[in-house]
Design a protein around this ligand. Structure first.
Ligand code: DAH
Length: 345
C-alpha cells in the first residue's frame, strides 16, 4: 500500500517535471502545473487519501507528497523564468534600433537663388578689398536724387518711376542703391571701397522682365588719382571671377547724372562665347551694369574735396544676373515663393 503511493508520487513527479520543462509557453506551463498540483490532481488524490492511512504511513507519504510538490514548484519557477527571459529577448530583438541606418531625413532649406548670387557677388568684391554696407530702403528724395546730381526738374527723375509715400512728400522707396554712395561718403572718410546690395523699388508694370521690387548692388571706390583704367580693370576682373573665365568686355558711353563720364558695360555672352544664342538674344553680348567716374559735384555735395579725391562707381541688377546664371526666364518666379521652382536651385 505504502509503496504504491510512493511509486505513484514518483511517477507524478517525473511526468510533471517533464511536462513543465517542455511547456512551450506560459499558458501551457500554468495548465501543466494545475494539472499536477491543483484540485483533482494525482497529488491531490494522495493527500485526500492520507487520513485513511495508518499513523506510521501517514508522515512518510505526506512528506513524499510535499517533496514532489516542491519539486514541481521548483521546476515550474525555473521554466517560468526561462520563458520570461525568452519573451524579453524576443521583444528586445524586435525593438532593436539599427543605429547605423541612415536617419529619417528632415528636409533642410537652402538659400534663395537671389541670395546665392548676392553672396557670390559679396565674396568676389570682398576678395578685392571692398567692404559691404547697407542703406535704408525707405529714403528721402535727397539721397535718391538730389545728392546724386538729379535735382527736382531733372529729366532723369522721370526715367525711374518712383514710389512716393504719404508719410511726407520727400519720403520714397529708393529706386536705386546709388543712394548708399552718398551715405557712405558722408559717414566714412576716404579712401573707401564699398559695395551695397539691397532691394530697390520702381512703379513698373509687371511682366517677365520687370517687377516693382528688384535688387541691385552698388559699388563705390574713392581714393587719390582714381582712373577709368582702374574702373575697367576692377570690373573685368569681377566678370572673370563671376563667370569663371576671362570674357571680352566693352564699355559703351552712356549717361547717368552722378557719373562723368558714364558707361554701360557689356560682356561677351558666357554661354555662347559671343556666337549668339537664346540667352543673349543672338547678340553675343550681355548688358551687365552701369558705371562711371563719380561726378565732382556728387563728391562736393557729400563733403569730399574733388581736388584731392576722385572715384568710380557702378551699379548692377542682381535679379537679371540670377536669371542669367540659372537660366530663369521670368523674373516673377523669384518672388512667388513656389517651392516647386525654388527647390531646383
Ligand atoms: N543707379 C543706376 C540705375 O539704377 C545704375 C548705376 C549706373 C549705378 C552708374 C552707378 C553708376 O553707380 O555709376 O540704373
Amino acid at each position: 500500500m505504502q509503496d504504491d503511493y510512493l511509486r505513484k508520487l514518483e511517477a507524478i513527479e517525473q511526468e510533471a517535471v517533464l511536462a513543465i520543462q517542455n511547456a512551450p509557453n506560459m499558458l501551457e506551463l500554468d495548465t501543466a502545473r494545475s494539472r499536477f498540483v491543483g484540485k483533482n490532481s494525482g497529488i491531490d488524490e494522495v493527500m485526500q487519501a492520507l487520513p485513511k492511512l495508518s499513523k506510521e504511513e501517514r508522515p512518510r507519504i505526506g512528506q513524499g507528497a510535499n517533496k514532489v510538490k516542491t519539486a514541481i514548484e521548483e521546476a515550474y519557477k525555473e521554466r517560468r523564468d526561462s520563458l520570461r527571459r525568452d519573451e524579453l529577448n524576443k521583444q528586445l530583438s524586435a525593438d532593436r534600433i539599427d543605429v547605423t541606418l541612415p536617419g529619417a531625413g528632415r528636409p533642410i532649406g537652402h538659400l534663395h537663388p537671389l541670395t546665392q548670387v548676392t553672396n557670390e557677388l559679396i565674396t568676389i568684391f570682398y576678395g578685392m578689398g571692398f567692404s559691404v554696407i547697407e542703406g535704408p530702403e525707405i529714403e528721402t528724395d535727397y539721397y535718391n536724387f538730389d545728392a546724386l546730381n538729379t535735382p527736382a526738374n531733372h529729366p532723369a527723375r522721370d526715367e525711374q518711376d518712383t514710389f512716393y509715400t504719404d508719410v511726407a512728400p520727400q519720403i520714397l522707396l529708393r529706386s536705386q542703391t546709388s543712394t548708399v554712395q552718398v551715405r557712405a561718403m558722408e559717414k566714412m572718410k576716404p579712401p573707401l571701397r564699398v559695395i551695397s546690395p539691397g532691394r530697390v523699388y520702381r512703379n513698373e508694370e509687371v511682366n517677365a522682365r520687370k517687377y516693382p521690387l528688384f535688387h541691385q548692388v552698388e559699388g563705390l571706390v574713392i581714393d587719390r588719382d582714381v582712373t577709368f583704367g582702374q574702373l575697367k580693370g576692377t570690373l573685368n576682373e569681377f566678370i572673370r571671377l563671376l563667370f569663371g573665365k576671362p570674357l571680352k568686355t566693352r564699355f559703351r558711353p552712356d549717361f547717368f547724372p552722378f557719373t562723368e563720364p558714364s558707361a554701360e558695360l557689356d560682356c561677351q555672352c558666357p554661354f555662347c562665347m559671343g556666337e549668339g544664342c537664346r540667352t543673349c538674344g543672338h547678340r553675343g553680348w550681355i548688358e551687365l551694369l552701369g558705371c562711371g567716374m563719380v561726378d565732382p559735384d556728387v563728391l562736393k555735395g557729400a563733403g569730399i574735396d574733388p581736388e584731392e579725391w576722385s572715384g568710380f562707381a557702378f551699379g548692377m541688377g542682381i535679379d537679371r544676373l540670377t536669371m542669367l546664371k540659372f537660366g530663369i526666364n521670368d523674373i516673377r518666379h523669384l518672388f512667388t515663393s513656389d517651392m516647386r521652382f525654388l527647390e531646383q536651385f
